[in-house]
Write a protein that binds this ligand. Sequence first.
Ligand code: C5P
Length: 240
Amino acid sequence: MAIGKEKLIVAIDTDDYEKAVRLIDSLEESVEIYKVGLENYIASKGKTVDYLKEKKKKIFLDLKFHDIPNTMKSAVKAAVRDGVWMITIHVSDMESMRQCAQVAKEEASRLNIEKPLIVGVTVLTSISNEDLHDIGCLGNTEEIAIKRAKLAKAACLDGVVCSAREVGKIVDACGEDFMTVCPGIRPNKSDIGDQKRVVTPSEAVKNGAKVIVVGRPITQAQNPVLAAEQIVEEIDSVFM
Ligand code: C5P
């Protein structure tokens, strides 16, 4: 498989199940990994996950759990039973993160399936330094993302979601084997929407992103297949 295909995750951010299915069908040959987030998961009542499983696609379940340790642990346990490839939780207290990492291991081994990767959201790519300041965080987006990545690693999470702007420093701090998932990706000239810290696909992988998450630049493109294929080619060109 082309390296670009292994590194591209398409975010199916739609509340319309039929539309999600049409998009997955049209991207069938070009995309292997799909992200199902809150909007689609709630609206489709999880049906898109079942559809992707039927199609033997890799699923990134991005529900960004953030709650008390017992609730987070139970949610992760249920998500493991869904047979997904990767799950997000928010980076928060060590206890919640440790329990999530532990339960994922136990449940996957009980079911005899591969353990999904558990990754922690550091700082959303739609958040700016001013936003962090306003909610009382001490430090800028980069400092806080690096600090949270180190905490996630110490709690035995498999990796983090972070901006491709700070991913290099996170790789330096947490090591090459630590999964780095980078959203906020915009191919040159595309509309940035509500994202504030955007990076191009090739810059992101050069900076150290293991995988990139792309939503609107593909899903709202006039030709989503072409948009996805151009991104795959752009990533491939970095490794030539
Ligand atoms: O459409 P766009 O490419 O901006 O979509 C980015 C996706 O990545 C969205 O589904 C969003 O929820 C997700 N995401 C993000 N920033 C994070 C974590 C996830 O934009 N830090």
